[in-house]
Design a protein around this ligand. Structure first.
Ligand code: ADE
Length: 231
C-alpha cells in the first residue's frame, strides 16, 4: 500500500515512521510511505503558505494555492490516491472507516495547521474529510499518524496471522472491545488469574472471553453515553 503525507512539518513523522511495526513494513516493501512538504509549493521569497481570514477572526488560514498545487502534483503519479483531509469537522474515524481506507491501494493524507484550510481547498479537491475525534489538535499530523497506524495493521503481512485474526470480534454487528487478559505471574499482590484461563478447556475459555468482551463493551458504551449527555 502507498501512503503520501502532505504536511508543513515533515520532521514530526521521523521516529514514528521508523518505529518497529511501520519501520519493518516499509523495509519489506509492504508499505510505501512518502512525505511531501506543502511549503515546497509556496511562491515568493518568504514561501508564504498562510494568511489572515477575510472578515476578521483569530489565527491564520492555509492559502488554497500551495495546498491545491501540492495535492495536484502528488496525484500526477498513477494511480491517483484516495485524498483524505484531516480536519475536526470531518466524518468521525472508527474501525469501519479504517477498514475502508485499508482497501484503497493508495491514500493521500493532507494535514492542516493554523486555524484550518481556506474553504476553496475542499471545493476544488472534494477530499474525504476525516476527524479523529471531537477535540481540536494543533494540526492534522497527529491525526494522520493515528490513521497510518490503524490502517497499516490491516495491510496483509504487516501483523503476524495470530494477531490479525483477533480483530474479527463482533456481537450482533457491533464491534467488541478486548476483554481482560493476563500473563505471568499467576498471582500479583493478591490478585489471581481467573481459574478458567488455567483450565486448558479451550471451548470454555473462548466462551468466557466472549462474555467478558460483551460486558466490557456494554460498560464502555454506558460510560460514553452518559458522558455525551453532560450539558
Ligand atoms: N486537525 C485538528 N484537529 C483534528 C481532529 N480532531 N481530527 C483530525 N484532524 C484534526
Amino acid at each position: 500500500m502507498r501512503i503520501d503525507i502532505l504536511t508543513l512539518f515533515p520532521e514530526m513523522f521521523t521516529g514514528f515512521l521508523d518505529g518497529s511495526l511501520l519501520g519493518a513494513a516499509r523495509a519489506s516493501g509492504l508499505l510505501d510511505i512518502r512525505i511531501v512538504n506543502i511549503r515546497d509549493f509556496a511562491e515568493g521569497v518568504h514561501r508564504q503558505v498562510d494568511d489572515r481570514p477575510f472578515g476578521g477572526g483569530p489565527g491564520m488560514l492555509l492559502m488554497p494555492g500551495p495546498v491545491v498545487d501540492c495535492v495536484e502534483s502528488v496525484q500526477t503519479s498513477a494511480p491517483a490516491g484516495h485524498l483524505v483531509m484531516l480536519t475536526p469537522g470531518g466524518r468521525r474515524l472508527d474501525q469501519s472507516v479504517v477498514e475502508e481506507l485499508s482497501r484503497q491501494g493508495r491514500i493521500v493524507l493532507l494535514c492542516g495547521r493554523y486555524e484550518g484550510f481556506d474553504e476553496r481547498v475542499s471545493e476544488t479537491l472534494q477530499p474525504d474529510e476525516i476527524s479523529i475525534g471531537d477535540y481540536v489538535l494543533s494540526g492534522g499530523e497527529v491525526a494522520a499518524m493515528v490513521i497510518i497506524d490503524a490502517v497499516a495493521r490491516l495491510v496483509p503481512g504487516v501483523l503476524g496471522d495470530e494477531e490479525s485474526a483477533r480483530q474479527d470480534s463482533f456481537s450482533g454487528g457491533e464491534r467488541l472491545v478486548e476483554g481482560p487478559q493476563y500473563t505471568r505471574p499467576r498471582e500479583f499482590r493478591g490478585l489471581h488469574v481467573p481459574d478458567v484461563l488455567l483450565s486448558g478447556d479451550h471451548a470454555r475459555i473462548a466462551k468466557w472471553r466472549h462474555q467478558q468482551a460483551v460486558e466490557k463493551t456494554q460498560r464502555r458504551n454506558q460510560v460514553n453515553h452518559s458522558q455525551r449527555s453532560i450539558p
